[in-house]
Ligand binder design. Sequence first.
Ligand SMILES: NC(=O)C1=CN([C@@H]2O[C@H](COP(=O)(O)OP(=O)(O)OC[C@H]3O[C@@H](n4cnc5c(N)ncnc54)[C@H](O)[C@@H]3O)[C@@H](O)[C@H]2O)C=CC1
Ligand SMILES: N[C@@H](CC=O)C(=O)O
Ligand code: NA
Length: 434
Amino acid sequence: MTVKVALLGCGNVGSQVARILLEQSDELAARVGAPLELTGIAVRNPDAARDVELPREIFTTDAHALVDGADIVIELIGGLEPAGEYIERALRRGASVVTGNKALLAARLPELTEAAEAGGAQLLYEAAVAGAIPILRPIRESLAGDDITKVMGIVNGTTNYILDAMDTSGAQFDQALADAQRLGYAEADPTADVEGHDAAAKAALLASLAFHTTFALENVHCEGITSISAEDVAAAEDAGMVIKLLAIAERGTDSAGDEGISVRVHPTLLPREHPLAAVRGAFNAVFVEAENAGELMFYGQGAGGAPTASAVMGDVVSIGRTRATQAAGGSVAEPQPRPSRPLGIADAATSYALSLDVSDETGVLAEIAGIVARHGVSIETMRQTASAEGGAGSARLRIITHVGREAALAATVADIEQLPVVKAVSSVVRVEGK
Ligand SMILES: NC(=O)C1=CN([C@@H]2O[C@H](COP(=O)(O)OP(=O)(O)OC[C@H]3O[C@@H](n4cnc5c(N)ncnc54)[C@H](O)[C@@H]3O)[C@@H](O)[C@H]2O)C=CC1
Ligand SMILES: N[C@@H](CC=O)C(=O)O
Ligand code: NA
């Protein structure tokens, strides 16, 4: 069998999904247990310029015909209509749907879930919350045996990008927003981002899944970042804090002591040491607190075409595999593991931080630099200080290399150790994350 996939919309995310479906068809077929066939892409204008080169004949303006012939419909148009009508039509016909449309889901999740049940279809939307970060599946599946008490996170890339730019480079709000739009992070109407509506929709979805309920969007308290000024950002910095737009969903009690769920989105001051304060650019992060698991943090790219397409494709493969299994009347073969070729430590790519005690005399640096260059290694930083350990006439050199092959770095150190001007190599520690 072949799993027929219809794509609706070919913008930032849709074009990347189409690219992956076409470029990685063999790998995807192996993981699904059957080929995924992209039957067409519904667009408004087949001749519009796209980020990705795609065959002209794949485009259609007849979304209904495309939906009606599909096993899986991927909706990446955005907005309430016609996206809602296409999704409902697909689900009622028995085609499963993958979407990133949090605005629609937060507004109509109960009806769409009912349509999926009526059609015996699946509705998956990992891309709708925190882009590439796997957060919905972990909440729905991995934490299904625990009791979640709080979810708190940065779930809008555009506003985090703007606040981060204002904090780090003193950028103006408008310029930072224009950059976020150019980079494909912002919604078609960026008001949804800066007024907090996008984060509020995601917060409603998170609360619904985390607390096994339906939390209506209208019950999410929502404040955006449009009132945050450069002065607010500077004042936060002076106080050792940073301003972040947080989405928070937690169990609590009201003044009468009755239990309930509080869901809110608002700009929030965080101490700079807080893990969420370190979330930069369009990255997102979500903290989950559960009775037994304790604190968990999920971090990654919350917006952008390719990262969001990754989440879409995860859902597509999952549904495709279910379909292929049903068609096979039980199970499909597990993908055969590819043979792996282990690389030894000598081939590891890393960088070294070295501390050397050397004679404090002219020409030492040149000798060391000569050895380093001979091994094809390059130095990122070299700092010289007086050495307490090496004794009088000694200097301490601290060198950090660029990334190189371990074998070359180790051979460099071995040769440096042999130099008469080198009294000791006092430490060699590998460095990652530069
Ligand atoms: N861009 C991002 O970083 C993320 C986007 N999303 C969601 O993914 C969805 C798509 O987002 P983007 O790709 O960024 O939007 P986009 O605006 O770049 O793409 C939407 C495309 O749909 C087309 N379109 C509009 N009406 C149509 C119709 N009736 N039939 C066919 N095509 C139609 C538009 O011309 C546009 O090319 C939205 O629901 C968005 O909220 C979710 C997570 C991240
Ligand atoms: N506009 C959204 C896109 C992802 O959901 C954002 O900026 O996070
Ligand atoms: Na996600």
